[in-house]
Design a binder for this molecule. Structure first.
Ligand SMILES: [Zn+2]
Length: 601
């Protein structure tokens, strides 16, 4: 859903950031700001500030910053359009329908209808579980030790055997035929030219999206004795098919509860019952993929809520394979990944029942780093009594170890790999450092110049870090001056281009500031932030103007300003040219770039 900048700004101005934030944080006034405990990091004394004037927030502890949209996106894990819709509803603002086309209107109606139908269906299944016909499902839950409270919390239900019961119920409740058709709850009955209930005689698990709406169902067969479903070789678990509101590659079972658990770590399990029994054991931060392998979209969803993930799959071969497949997907999304295989019980559920939640918590804390888990898998795959096997093991293990950023970690894992395999530690370490040397960012340039790279990087990282910081400050200063003073903006615009800002967010801010100035409008940080759609970009944009706390960015221009600005512009231009020179391969072009660089000084 796309909304125009005008609509987004209207809605932002219609809502006061204080009203929204104070629903989550207790705030106390200190001068121009309000302070409270930061909702984004754990702290004992308040470093989270809100500015009513600027309609922004800033945390002195963790640096979190942004406007009212950013706050809700972080706090509620809303997407940008979600946050816009939420705040529009809050002030009864009528959002324009995208495109206004009849087709879009119909899609929106179908989607709304599907949420309603799913909610009604969940109610229907839930009620059926309480009836005598649900007795068998209740027996199964009793047998698994699922408490009544937990059943209610997860909205567990029962799909009755009586054919057509759900269809009749939903039609009776006024559901539209075209909505029912695409709901995934029914299959066409060719003989009667009608519809059959897709789920019957199953224990039902409603699947909720992050906003707590029912989007689909999972159903588990019950052992109905001879001739029952279990005997008729039907799949043990069945999920709703994809519908306009249910995308399997995005939805995770348990995500709604996991989000509320507010844990930075998420536990990934294989199925519905794992999620429920772990929840009951006190681990609410548990999710399962729905009949598909973990993919990049799932990982992206998880990354919005968590920093690390523990893969807790069955310890059999299939579970190990699935874990090995999930690792690169999760690490690519930026999650820290660990793996836990439960040894003393057949699954986590049994473990918790036998040894208690506390023991399980300890077990979880000791989960293996994914690199070690993969090294152990390699050990099983290669014959380490054989020279050839040892060499291949070492090469493969080094590839894994080279991924670890810290030298301490590499050292620890190399020791573990050496111990596990009987291959010398030095050999594994040397191979690892060789691989790391090859993938260092500047390796391409040095190859061009015919350098040979030493085994360890020769650049001084400390020096580089300082230089980076100086450059960053220069860019922020330029953008701040552009926002404060139109005359300086014109000067900057003549000398430095948006591209030379060397960063997408900064380039966009640059262009926004120029276009605001052209229209003679003032550029408030809170408004500028709304032009970015992700929390990461919003924070980066907000941070530019947040130097003095909750967005006190005005820089009073004095006699020093010109000099400081000139230095900053030089720095930015040179960094840009250096970057070009590094990646350019044409000798003539490099010469030209060097000339431009000389002209800057
Ligand atoms: Zn904070």
């Amino acid at each position: 859903m796309f909304y125009s900048p005008e609509v987004i700004e209207d809605i932002r101005l219609g809502n006061d950031i204080m009203d929204v934030v104070s629903a989550y944080v207790q705030l106390k006034q200190h001068g121009a700001y309000y302070f409270g405990l930061c909702p984004f990091h754990a702290e004992k004394s308040p470093s989270f500030s809100v500015s009513v004037d600027r309609q922004t927030f800033y945390c002195f502890g963790c640096g979190a910053t942004g406007n009212i949209y950013s706050f809700l996106m972080r706090k509620e894990n809303f997407s940008f359009p979600d946050a816009v819709q939420f705040l529009a509803e809050r002030i009864h603002y009528r959002l324009p329908e995208a495109g206004g086309a009849a087709e879009t209107h119909k899609n929106a109606r179908i989607k709304e209808g599907l949420y309603e139908v799913n909610k009604l269906a969940a109610r229907f299944f839930y009620d059926a579980l309480q009836e005598p016909e649900g007795a068998e499902a209740v027996r199964y839950l009793d047998m698994r030790g699922i408490t009544r409270k937990c059943r209610v919390k997860h909205g567990l239900g029962y799909a009755p055997l009586k054919r057509g019961a759900l269809h009749k119920y939903l039609t009776g409740a006024g559901a539209a035929e075209d909505v029912l058709e695409v709901s995934g709850l029914f299959t066409p009955d060719k003989l009667r030219a009608g519809w059959n209930d897709k789920f019957y005689g199953r224990l039902m698990f409603p699947i909720l999206d992050v906003r707590g709406r029912v989007v689909g169902f999972g159903g588990r067969v019950l052992d109905a004795g001879p001739g029952g479903d279990a005997a008729r070789s039907v799949p043990k678990y069945m999920n709703s098919p994809e519908t306009p509101v249910f995308e399997k590659s995005r939805n995770l079972y348990g995500i709604q509860n996991a989000r509320q658990a507010k844990s930075k770590e998420i536990i990934l399990v294989e199925g519905y019952m794992d999620v429920i029994s772990l929840y009951q054991g006190g681990f609410q931060n548990t999710v399962a993929a729905l009949g598909t392998a973990f993919n990049a979209q799932h990982a992206g969803v998880l990354r919005r809520y968590a920093e690390s993930a523990v893969i807790l799959f069955d310890s059999d071969e299939a579970g190990t394979k699935a874990a090995l497949r999930a690792i690169p997907v999760l690490t690519a999304a930026g999650l820290r990944v660990k793996v836990l295989q439960v040894r003393d019980a057949k699954d986590p559920d049994e473990y918790i029942k036998r040894f208690g939640s506390e023991s399980f918590g300890k077990l979880l804390g000791g989960a293996q780093h994914h690199i070690l888990f993969q090294v152990e898998d390699l050990k099983r795959r290669y014959d380490l009594t054989d020279m050839e096997g040892k060499i291949r093991f070492t090469t493969e293990a080094a590839k894994l170890l080279a991924q670890a950023e810290s030298p301490v970690e590499r050292d620890v894992y190399a020791r573990a790999a050496a111990e596990a395999s009987g291959v010398a530690f030095d050999a594994i370490m040397a191979e690892t450092e060789k691989l790391r040397g090859m993938s260092l960012p500047n390796a391409g340039m040095e190859k061009k110049l015919n350098f040979t790279r030493p085994a360890y990087p020769s650049v001084r990282p400390e020096h580089n870090k300082l230089k980076e910081k100086g450059l960053l400050e220069a860019k922020k200063l330029i953008l701040n001056l552009m926002a404060s003073d139109t005359k300086l903006l014109r000067k900057i615009n003549q000398y430095v281009s948006a591209e030379e800002m060397g960063d997408e967010v900064y380039a966009k801010l640059y262009n926004l500031l120029v276009s605001f100035a052209e229209k003679g409008r003032s550029a408030e940080p809170a408004e500028l932030i709304s032009h970015f759609e992700t929390v990461v970009e919003q924070e980066k944009a907000g941070e530019v103007f947040a130097q003095g706390g909750a967005g006190d960015r005005r820089i009073a221009a004095d006699e020093n300003t010109e000099r400081v600005l000139n230095d900053a512009m030089k720095k930015v231009k040179i960094a840009y040219l250096d970057g070009k020179i590094r990646t350019e391969t044409d000798a003539e072009a490099i010469k030209k770039l060097l000339e431009s660089k000389r002209a800057v000084y």
